[in-house]
Design a protein around this ligand. Structure first.
Ligand SMILES: [Zn+2]
Length: 77
C-alpha cells in the first residue's frame, strides 16, 4: 500500500494498492492544487500492511527454526 503526501497542503492521500496508482494520485494532486507544479515536501510513502511482513527476515528465521527442529527430531530416531 502506498500514500501520497503533500508537504505544502499538509495532506496525505488515502492508501492505494500499487506504485502506479500512487504516481497517478501525485500527478492529479499536482494538477488540481498546484497547477502542475511540484510542491515542496511531497513524499511517496509506503505503508506497512498489518499481518503481511514486509521484510523477509522473519520468514528466514521461521525457516531456520523449523529446519533445526526437524533435524533434532530426525537425529533422535
Ligand atoms: Zn498540495
Amino acid at each position: 500500500m502506498y500514500r501520497y503526501r503533500c508537504g505544502l497542503c499538509e495532506t496525505t492521500s488515502l492508501p492505494v494498492r500499487t506504485w502506479s496508482e500512487v504516481l497517478t494520485e501525485r500527478d492529479q494532486h499536482r494538477q488540481r492544487m498546484h497547477a502542475g507544479h511540484i510542491p515542496d515536501g511531497e513524499q511517496l510513502l509506503r505503508q506497512h500492511q498489518p499481518g503481511r511482513p514486509t521484510d523477509t527476515r522473519a520468514t528466514v528465521w521461521i525457516i531456520l527454526i523449523a529446519g533445526t527442529l526437524l533435524i533434532l527430531l530426525i537425529l533422535r530416531h
